[in-house]
Design a binder for this molecule. Structure first.
Ligand SMILES: [Zn+2]
Length: 123
C-alpha cells in the first residue's frame, strides 16, 4: 500500500474546517440580528428550515473532515475505504476529505440518490 504525502492535505482540511466553523459563527450572528428585527413568522420559519439544512450539511462536512484528519494521523489517508485502492491525487486536491475513490463514490451516489434525504456533501 502506497502512503500519500499528507502535510499539504492536512493544511487544506484544517483550512476548510476553519471556513465552515467561521460560516457557522456568522450565521449565528445573522440569527440574532434578524430575531431582533421581528421579521414575519412565516419568513422566519422558512429561514430556520434553511439554516437547519445548512447546519446539517456543515455538520456532515465537519465529520468527514475530522475523519480525514484521523486517517492522516494513522497513515490511511488517500486510500479508498471501500476497495483500498489509492485515491487519485487530483480527486484529493479537489476533495481532500474524500474517503472513497471516484468509482466507489459514484456507486455510493447512485445509492444515495435513491435515499433523497441523505445529507450529501458537494464533492
Ligand atoms: Zn474505491
Amino acid at each position: 500500500m502506497k502512503q500519500v504525502e499528507g502535510n499539504g492535505y492536512r493544511v487544506l482540511l484544517e483550512n476548510k474546517r476553519e471556513q465552515i466553523l467561521g460560516k457557522a459563527r456568522q450565521r449565528e450572528d445573522i440569527w440574532v440580528v434578524k430575531s431582533n428585527e421581528q421579521i414575519e413568522m412565516v419568513q422566519l420559519a422558512g429561514e430556520r428550515e434553511f439554516a437547519v439544512m445548512a447546519l446539517e450539511r456543515d455538520r456532515n462536512a465537519l465529520l468527514q473532515i475530522g475523519e480525514a484528519l484521523e486517517r492522516l494521523d494513522n497513515g490511511e489517508f488517500g486510500i479508498c475505504l471501500e476497495c483500498e485502492e489509492t485515491i487519485a491525487p487530483k480527486r484529493l486536491a479537489a476533495v481532500p476529505w474524500a474517503a472513497y475513490c471516484v468509482r466507489c463514490q459514484e456507486s455510493f451516489d447512485i445509492r444515495k440518490a435513491e435515499d433523497a434525504d441523505y445529507p450529501a456533501l458537494a464533492a
